[in-house]
Write a protein that binds this ligand. Structure first.
Ligand code: SAM
Length: 434
């Protein structure tokens, strides 16, 4: 029996409302506000339609190509992709667009009743699917990766020495949402917390030193969470805090704190001894850091407004002195988080990437002078692009020969079912001043 992951008339309405918004609004936020005014959607419906909308985001370029090749014949994929613009999708009739998405999710899905050429479309879909066996660019497109990313994916394979199986796993994991991971305070016992959570109706699996949610559930409403024993943090992000390798009493600066996930994980490893300065250009983001710190009983963190573009004359007083550790969790493409935010895939073009690369370089250059001799600079991104990671680090080391690379690594997917992040630990070899 064929299985329909959604009901066409409802998903047409939701998609139409989303397109009417006009701006490819961030999908998770948009869905949240959309459902607020829609009492007819129960919890299960919301999940089903959100999943469908996320699937549309993963495969929207595939749907565009299926439509184009069905109507006008097959194209040179790379050339077509370079010319293709996201807004072209607005002119694809909704029923046709959703049949392509539906077929990608279930090859036997019935066509919407608006389509009278459903069998021909299905045949076209299956023909192209079959061609994926010999056409890697097409296979990537079927897996939600634009042909323009093919070179970057191959660079990643080479740099990380992924064999074919790891590459395949990475690509296929990107078609699924990453599970929710919980970070357990270093001083806590994983198994006891797991059973406390189970008592509160939250099932988890212990894996790689963290807990992975195995059922839906409102973790933030549990007493275990409210008492600060756990935090919601992806597995890969947890590895960044570990790479900072702090000791109680150190002076640490997290230069791109954002909502504070990593700053709090780092501070939590210091037994409230020493200090973590948590700064960001967006001061409003820092508000949640103090609130989260209170919940977790963390008292050795101070938040500060800081912009890497500020000239030296504007240096704040807390930057006087030197740091044992500086963490730069840099603004980046976010390619390592596309599993949970597939709409971000289509926001990053070469211009946006070039701007990010410049900004990452600037933040690295600004921060390095505040490091103690022998101190460590930890550069991290939530991206798998080599340009933002190994290449950025290589360029930085060339500009600052006193910095030495201690280790660099990619964390999470494809080896663990999570986001993908990168970290590089660099050490200052300057002699201590007398
Ligand atoms: C990847 S996010 C950080 C995520 C955060 N560390 C966490 O664990 O949730 C990058 C951060 O860099 C900040 N940022 C962007 N441009 C900046 C600049 N010029 N100076 C300082 N921070 C900047 C952004 O506001 C954003 O919060």
């Amino acid at each position: 029996m064929s299985w329909a992951p959604f009901r066409y008339p409802f998903i047409f309405k939701i998609w139409d409302a989303y397109l009417q918004e006009g701006n490819w609004y961030q999908l998770d936020r948009w869905l949240k506000s959309y459902y607020q005014g829609q009492s007819r959607f129960g919890k299960k419906d919301r999940k089903a339609y959100s999943d469908a909308m996320f699937a549309a985001m993963r495969y929207l370029q595939l749907a565009a190509y299926l439509q184009r090749s069905y109507l006008f014949g097959e194209q040179d994929l790379s050339h077509w992709s370079q010319q293709w613009r996201l807004d072209e999708l607005k002119s694809v009739p909704i029923a046709e667009f959703w049949y392509w998405i539906g077929l990608r999710l279930n090859h036997d899905i019935p066509p919407p009743r608006e389509l009278n050429d459903g069998p021909a479309r299905r045949e076209h879909f299956l023909k192209l699917l079959h061609q994926c066996e010999t056409d890697e660019t097409l296979w990537l497109l079927f897996n939600g990766f634009s042909p323009e990313l093919e070179v970057m994916l191959h660079q990643r394979c080479q740099t990380s020495q992924w064999n074919r199986q790891r590459f395949k796993t990475f690509v296929e994991l990107n078609n699924t949402s990453a599970p929710v991971w919980l970070r357990v305070n270093v001083s806590e016992d994983l198994m006891s917390l797991q059973s406390l959570l189970a008592d509160e109706g939250i099932a988890t699996e212990a894996e790689n030193g963290g807990l992975k949610l195995t059922t839906d559930g409102r973790v933030t409403e549990t007493i275990t969470y409210q008492q600060g024993h756990i935090d919601i943090q992806d597995f890969a992000s947890q590895q960044i805090a570990a790479a900072v390798d702090v000791q109680p009493g150190m002076r640490v600066w997290d230069a791109c704190t954002g909502g504070g996930g990593k700053a709090l994980a780092v501070a939590g490893r210091m037994n409230n001894q020493g200090m973590v300065v948590a700064s960001d250009v967006r001061a409003y983001k820092l508000e949640s850091v103090s609130r989260r710190a209170r919940r977790m009983g963390i008292r050795n963190i101070q938040t500060e407004h800081w912009d890497a573009h500020w000239p030296d004359e504007r240096l704040p007083s807390w930057l006087m002195g030197e740091f044992d550790r500086i963490l730069i969790d840099a603004p980046c493409s976010g390619s390592g988080t596309w599993r949970r935010a597939p709409d971000f895939k289509w926001r990053i073009g070469q211009n946006e990437l070039d701007e990010l690369l410049d900004l990452q370089g600037l933040i690295l250059d600004r921060c390095v002078s505040y490091l103690k001799p022998g101190g460590q600079l930890i550069y991290a991104t939530c991206s798998w692009f080599c340009q933002e990671n190994e290449q950025q680090v290589e360029n930085f080391l060339r500009r600052h020969p006193h910095m030495q690379l201690q280790q660099q690594a990619l964390h999470g997917a494809p080896d663990v079912d999570s986001d993908t992040m990168f970290s590089a630990v660099m050490v200052s070899s300057l002699p201590a001043s007398v």
